[in-house]
Design a protein around this ligand. Structure first.
Ligand SMILES: *Cc1c(COP(=O)(O)O)cnc(C)c1O
Length: 401
């Protein structure tokens, strides 16, 4: 069976983790700090912080901004549940919008959805293709007069916060610059299936305008990810430096040095090895399916965006949801694992029970019901890529004939 998305783990990864284990320092420490510096370099921001998941990192952002009951946060209906779950966690209401043909959120729908209660917009770079973050930033600025600040941080920004969900798009580019410096804050995921992994993990890159200070933001998130304690474990090991204070009841979502050890290896070979291999596979699929009249191939690049090639999201034009499911079964019977990204949020029980209706998001439903994600990862061989292509062709022809 060709697996869908195994992580890239080899002797180098194993050795890096073994060294971290033997170093005597296994929680947040020198490797995490090094990983953060190198992440910031890669993403083109002054500062980045590594935490234990996208979810906890981005939830901290909402808490830092003072988002809570009575507030609204705009999210696409077409995303992974985490994007909206964090809004629910802080007691605010996710306001869902439909998506464009390229799967990213529709800026026109976002504009219509903005109210005096909107505190944050979370565009999602689905599959690795950057959403229209610049347009969304423009909307946040042009609606500043409507914005009702209810906390010091909100007064300081004076407008809606744009938090980019870049869980899929580490290494993707907007106008030839890596995703990270365009939105106010960009959140990455290093979960096991993502382009760059630390087993579990996530990070935030800060690009807030002055007077926000990247170093001060880093310190705030560092403290709030460690119980609100004024000194982390590493700082407390300095001779005589045992005393600390807690000014806010913080959370616990720091990254460990074992995770950072994996991340450092991943980052080292990301730009020149992992990413190009993913691109090669995506281009091969593109060549195989773009002239097939039954298929809609994904947008992987256009004038100012280039994907990170995280997912290869193929659509089968005339397929009903049941036919798509049948195609997936037929592909699986040929030894190939595929997947569907994503079940739109209004179709999940929790959100349906809150009153969201999939009928309000026709594009999201249409995309979902015809979508099949093909395997794409570093260790997928050229022969396996050909096997995937013929399995998909056969299954589509059989089911739709
Ligand atoms: C994976 C994913 C997340 C959550 O990332 P975690 O690191 O697992 O918390 C958020 N958004 C999207 C779109 C994702 O695919």
């Amino acid at each position: 069976m060709i697996p869908f998305s195994p992580p890239r783990i080899d002797d180098r990864t194993v050795q890096a983790v073994a060294e971290a284990l033997k170093s005597g320092w296994i929680t947040t420490g020198p490797r995490t700090k090094e990983f953060e510096r190198r992440l910031a370099d890669y993403c083109g921001t002054e500062r980045a912080i590594a935490l234990n998941s996208w979810t906890n990192a981005c939830e901290l952002v909402l808490r830092w901004f003072g988002v809570g009951p009575g507030d609204e946060v705009i999210v696409p209906a077409y995303t992974y549940c985490a994007t909206a779950n964090i809004v629910v966690h802080v007691g605010a209401r996710p306001v869902m919008v439909d998506v464009l043909d390229d799967f990213t959120l529709d800026p026109n729908d976002v504009e219509r959805a903005i109210t005096e209660r909107t505190k944050c917009i979370i565009p999602v770079d689905i599959g690795g293709l950057p959403a229209a973050v610049d347009t969304i930033m423009g909307l946040a600025r042009s609606t500043a007069s409507k914005f009702r600040a209810a906390s010091d941080v909100q007064r300081q920004l004076g407008r809606i916060l744009v938090l980019s969900d870049a869980a899929h798009s580490f290494g993707a580019r907007i106008q030839d610059r890596p995703v990270g410096s365009q939105a106010d804050i960009t959140g990455y995921s290093f979960h096991a299936v993502k382009n760059l992994t630390t087993a579990e993990g996530g990070a935030l890159a800060f690009a807030l305008p002055a007077p926000f200070d990247a170093e001060a933001l880093y310190r705030h998130f560092n403290v709030m990810s460690l119980h609100g304690q004024s000194k982390d474990a590493l700082a407390k090991t300095a001779p005589g430096a045992w005393r600390y204070d807690v000014q806010l009841a913080g959370f616990k979502c720091n990254m460990t040095d074992l995770q950072a050890a994996i991340g450092l290896v991943e980052l080292d070979r990301y730009e020149n090895s992992t990413l190009p291999r993913r691109k090669t596979i995506a281009m091969r699929y593109q060549g195989a399916f773009q002239d097939n009249e039954r298929c809609v191939v994904p947008v992987l690049r256009d004038n100012d965006r280039e994907s990170s090639y995280h997912l290869y999201m193929l659509r089968i034009k005339e397929a009903s949801e049941a036919q798509r499911d049948r195609i997936i079964e037929r592909i699986a019977e040929q030894g190939v694992s595929v997947n569907v990204h994503f079940i739109p949020l209004p179709m999940l029980s929790f959100y349906r029970d809150l009153g969201y209706r999939i009928e309000d998001f026709p594009k999201a439903y249409k995309h979902y019901s015809t979508e099949i994600s093909l395997p794409i990862y570093y260790d997928l061989t050229d022969e396996q890529v050909e096997q995937v292509i013929s399995a998909v062709r056969l299954a589509v022809n059989e089911v739709l004939s």
